[in-house]
Design a protein around this ligand. Structure first.
Ligand code: ZN
Length: 184
């Protein structure tokens, strides 16, 4: 089925060509938030640029992120770590790529093969034993990726408090017990 959308964002157009339908919807939502941000140059050292990407309402800063990026290779990181967690470009890196570097395609190093149509072209058997088509693979992989992200965030939070650690471990043990009941 042909996708219908209206966007003048060339990176959204590129995303529609490369990603599965499920992943594209998520990427488009993320990129659509980009216009609310403004960026300041924090430092430029040769090709290495550091930007502050912020969302202000009046004088109040609601969100602020730091983007490190190489002006030539366009390789970079954002301290929201969305790419490291789910393998998709965040709106902050997107903002810098579009408004500072005028890129017209998502740089290849920010495209994870597992989210692409090409990787999901063939039918495979899912964990439930059913044949999965394009979108279901995208959804299942997304869920797995999200589950992988949670313990990382949890570990960061509980690392600060022993009480939080006890509560989290208790919760995780209960989750494992429930899962083994369902699985048997
Ligand atoms: Zn970010």
């Amino acid at each position: 089925m042909k996708r219908v959308f209206i966007s003048h964002d060339l990176l959204v157009k590129h995303a529609s060509e490369i990603y599965t339908h499920v992943v594209f919807n998520k990427v488009q939502k993320e990129f659509n938030t980009t216009l609310k941000y403004r960026s300041d140059i924090l430092n430029i050292d040769g090709d290495e640029h550091i930007y502050r990407v912020r969302w202000n309402v009046g004088e109040k800063v609601l969100q602020e992120f730091t983007v490190n990026i190489n002006g030539v290779t366009k390789k970079g990181t954002c301290n929201c770590h969305n790419f490291e967690f789910v393998g998709l470009l965040c709106s902050h890196l997107h903002h810098i790529l579009v408004f500072r570097f005028y890129v017209i395609e998502i740089p290849p190093h920010f495209i994870m093969e597992r989210w692409t149509k090409r990787a999901n072209r063939y039918e495979v058997f899912g964990s439930d034993g059913l044949v999965m088509k394009d979108d279901k693979i995208g959804m299942e992989a997304m869920q797995i990726s999200h589950y992988c992200q949670l313990p990382t965030e949890l570990a960061y939070m509980v690392g600060k408090s022993s009480k939080a650690y006890d509560v989290a471990m208790d919760f995780l043990n209960q989750a494992f017990e429930k899962h083994s009941c369902i699985g048997s």
